[in-house]
Design a protein around this ligand. Structure first.
Ligand code: PEP
Ligand code: MN
Length: 351
């Protein structure tokens, strides 16, 4: 159930509503509202609202409208917000902002190394992906590695290098945050917070990302074996914490065949577009784990009408400290951007 708050509600009316919501939900946490569709809204579980509570809610001055939705996720639901969410990436730092999810927007290409390895590697890659036509620079400073003996990333030093790369190229940057206590530190330097597949159901992290003080967009990767409903409920944590700027990222799901690292589930793109208004991007690198599959799966993703791609690029993929097998060169990226832009134009003209 989503409650739209009247924008003329005064503080007394709001306090009445919040007190009632705390009582209905038994919430220990303060109730958080989110700005969506130009209005302030709050979502609660309709199973908790008996007929008496419902009529009490309806009688409050602060309540403008009550939407009853029959999906487990609420704010993420297309039934609540029919129009696509459009998110500006790079709105708060000095860089060239880019819009994802807007009407007729071009696919947004995020590209860069899996991990920030050193200054030269990052700046060279950043300049190369910019020349190739990418809109956002990706790079991991905190790396969630399977083995504790693998390169774990440069940490805060990596964040400083990403900020420097943004200054040099004008590209906004996306980087992963792995723990709730680091959200504000990462948000100081980044333009988009990435939550990785392994943390896709780390609820304290989702809440912290939802509360980041700059309201930076959050790119939420699909959990290793998340259903669409679980994934949208994870997004719901971020939305319900007050941040409407969530981008979903399909990065492949676990299956049994070791031929590919994961299985790219492109059916999720049109399915999600039915279920949610949030923008969807595809990661052809982690989903395949094989660089030779990245170009064709990038084209397929845009043909399936994903709103963007996030691709691992390295100047010398064979020597990458992380995910070299799935990393492509800047030259290959140039070709992918040219091809996917042609596909996007063709679809725009035909549909
Ligand atoms: C990454 O983007 O480098 C990454 C670790 O991705 P995922 O969480 O999808 O494995
Ligand atoms: Mn990687």
């Amino acid at each position: 159930m989503i409650i739209t708050i009247r924008n003329t509600a005064n503080s007394e009316h709001r306090a009445q509503l919040m007190a009632l919501l705390c009582r209905i939900t038994g919430s220990q946490r303060p109730i958080t509202t989110t700005q969506m569709r130009g209005r302030e809204v709050v979502a609660i579980d309709s199973a908790l609202v008996d007929p008496e509570a419902h009529s009490l809610l309806r009688s409050l001055n602060a309540v403008e409208q009550i939407h009853s939705l029959n999906t487990p996720y609420q704010l993420a639901s297309r039934a609540f917000q029919p129009e696509n969410t459009s998110i500006t990436i790079g709105a708060t730092n000095a860089c060239t902002p880019v819009i994802i999810g807007g009407p007729h927007a071009d696919p947004v290409i995020m590209a860069g190394p899996c991990a920030v390895e050193n200054r030269e590697q990052l700046i060279t890659t950043a300049q190369a992906v910019k020349r190739a036509g990418a809109h956002v620079l990706r790079g991991g400073a905190f790396k969630p590695r399977t083995s504790p003996y693998q390169f774990q990333g440069l940490g805060v030093e990596g964040l400083h290098l990403l900020a420097e790369a943004r200054e040099i190229t004008g590209l906004p940057v996306i980087t992963e945050v792995m723990e709730p206590g680091m959200v504000e530190t990462v948000a100081q330097h980044a333009d988009v917070l990435q939550i990785g597949t392994r943390n896709a159901q780390n609820f304290p992290l989702l809440l912290a990302a939802g509360r980041n003080s700059k309201q930076l967009p959050v790119l939420l990767k699909r959990g290793l074996s998340s259903t669409l409903s679980e994934w949208l409920l994870a997004a719901e944590y971020i939305l319900a914490a007050g941040n409407p700027n969530v981008i979903l990222c399909e990065r492949g799901i676990r299956s049994y065949d070791p031929q590919t690292r994961n299985v790219l589930d492109l059916t999720c793109v049109p399915l999600l577009q039915e279920l949610t208004h949030l923008p969807i991007v595809v990661d052809p690198s982690h989903s395949t784990g094989r660089r030779e599959l990245v170009p064709i799966m990038s084209r397929a993703s845009i043909a399936a009408q994903a709103q963007g791609l996030i691709i691992e690029v390295h100047p010398d993929p064979d020597t990458a400290l992380c995910d070299g097998k799935q990393s492509i060169t800047p030259e290959q990226l140039t070709k992918i951007i040219r091809e996917t832009s042609l596909i996007a134009n063709m679809i725009r003209e035909e549909i």
